[in-house]
Ligand binder design. Structure first.
Ligand SMILES: NC(=[NH2+])NCCC[C@H](N)C(=O)O
Length: 309
C-alpha cells in the first residue's frame, strides 16, 4: 500500500506500521492480540507521531508445538519478511508491532534484504532474555526463545535461510541489552558466537546512557544502518505488566525514554516492539508505553523532540 493520499505532502514524516499478529510461538497465548489493541488504541491514535497501518500478517491457524511449529513459523516469517522489505523500500522507515518475539526472524530478514546490495545491518536487542536457544537446546520448545540464533544463521535452516542471504545479522553487529534471565546453553551460544550482551547488571553499574551508546556503536560498525528490537519484558514489570514472560528487575521505562532523547538515532532503519499481551495489561500501562516509546524514538530521530508530550 502506498501512503494514503491525505498523508502525502505533509511536513512531518509519517511512519508506516506493519502488524504481525502472532502468539502461538510464545509461552502463553495472547500476544497475537497486540496488533488489534494498538490499532484501535485511543492513546496511540491521538499520538503526535504520525503513522499509518500498512499491512497485518497473521500467524497460520492451528499451530502445533514442536516440529510443526517450525514449518508454520517459516511460512509466517517469509510473508512478514517480504512485506517488511517492501514497506521499508517504499517509505525508508518501518515499525513492526508483534507478536511474540519469534516475529523478529521475518522482520529483520526483510529489512536486511531491502538493503542487501548496500551492506549489512546491525541490531540492538532490548530483552530480559537471551532468546538464543536453538531447537536442539531449548527446554521449553518455544520458538520465541530462539530468534537470535536464527538471525545469526544458526538453528533450523527452514527459519534461518528464508527469503535472502544468511546470516541476517552478523554477530559482531548484534548487541543485547537488559538481559537478566537465561539458560546455560544460551550463554554458551552467545559466548561462542561473540554476540555482545549488556546485562541488567551492566546497566546498573555503568548507567543506561553508557550501555546504549556502546550497543549503538556495535550496531553501527560497518553497517548501512541498524534496527531496534524491543521486547517489553526488558522493562520493569510495573512499567510494562502486559507481557507473558516477565522477570524480576529490569529497565526503568522513564529512564529509557529520557535517555533515548540523547542518542544519535540518525541511522535507525526500523523498530520492532514485541511481546505485548493485552490480556495481562494493567491500567493500559503497556499499551501507553508502546506509544511513548515510538514517539520518543521517531521524534528524536527526526529532530522533532519539541512535539513530545
Ligand atoms: N521472547 C521471550 N519472551 N523469550 C522468553 C524465553 C524464555 C526461556 N528462555 C525459553 O526459552 O523458553
Amino acid at each position: 500500500m502506498r501512503l494514503p493520499a491525505s498523508l502525502v505532502g505533509m511536513k512531518t514524516p509519517v511512519v508506516p506500521i506493519v502488524g504481525c499478529a502472532n502468539g502461538a510461538f510464545g509461552r502463553v497465548a495472547g500476544a497475537e492480540k497486540a496488533v488489534e489493541t494498538m490499532r484501535y488504541s485511543a492513546h496511540f491514535r491521538s499520538s503526535p507521531l504520525k503513522h499509518f497501518w500498512d499491512k497485518v500478517v497473521n500467524e497460520p491457524k492451528d499451530i502445533k508445538k514442536g516440529d510443526l511449529a517450525i514449518a508454520s513459523l517459516a511460512v509466517m516469517s517469509h510473508r512478514l519478511a517480504k512485506i517488511c522489505k517492501r514497506t521499508y523500500q517504499r517509505n525508508k522507515e518501518l515499525v513492526v508491532i508483534g507478536g511474540d518475539h519469534s516475529c523478529a526472524i521475518g522482520t529483520w530478514k526483510g529489512v536486511a534484504r531491502a538493503v542487501q546490495h548496500e551492506g549489512p545491518i546491525g541490531l540492538v536487542w532490548l530483552d530480559a532474555h537471551l532468546d538464543s536457544h536453538t531447537p536442539l537446546t531449548s527446554r521449553s520448545g518455544n520458538l520465541h526463545g530462539m530468534p537470535v540464533s536464527h538471525l545469526i544463521g544458526d538453528g533450523d535452516k527452514r527459519l534461518s535461510e528464508i527469503y535472502g542471504p544468511t546470516p541476517t545479522i552478523r554477530p559482531q553487529n548484534m548487541a543485547l541489552v537488559g538481559v537478566r534471565s537465561f539458560e546455560e546453553e544460551e550463554l554458551d551460544f552467545v559466548t561462542r558466537n561473540k554476540i555482545y550482551v549488556f546485562y541488567q547488571s551492566d546497566i546498573e553499574k555503568h548507567g543506561l546512557a553508557n550501555v546504549m551508546e556502546r550497543a549503538l556503536e556495535r550496531a553501527n560498525d560497518g553497517t548501512v544502518g541498524f534496527g531496534l528490537s524491543i521486547d517489553l519484558d526488558a522493562f520493569r514489570e510495573k512499567d510494562a505488566p502486559g507481557t507473558g514472560t516477565p522477570e524480576a528487575g529490569g529497565i526503568i521505562a522513564e529512564d529509557f525514554l529520557h535517555k533515548l532523547l540523547e542518542l544519535d538515532l540518525s541511522k535507525l532503519m526500523a523498530t520492532e516492539i514485541v511481546e505485548f499481551n493485552p490480556d495481562l495489561d494493567q491500567d493500559e500501562r503497556t499499551e501507553q508505553l508502546i506509544g511513548r516509546l515510538l514517539e520518543h524514538i521517531y521524534l528524536t530521530k527526526w529532530g522533532l523532540k519539541c512535539q513530545i508530550r
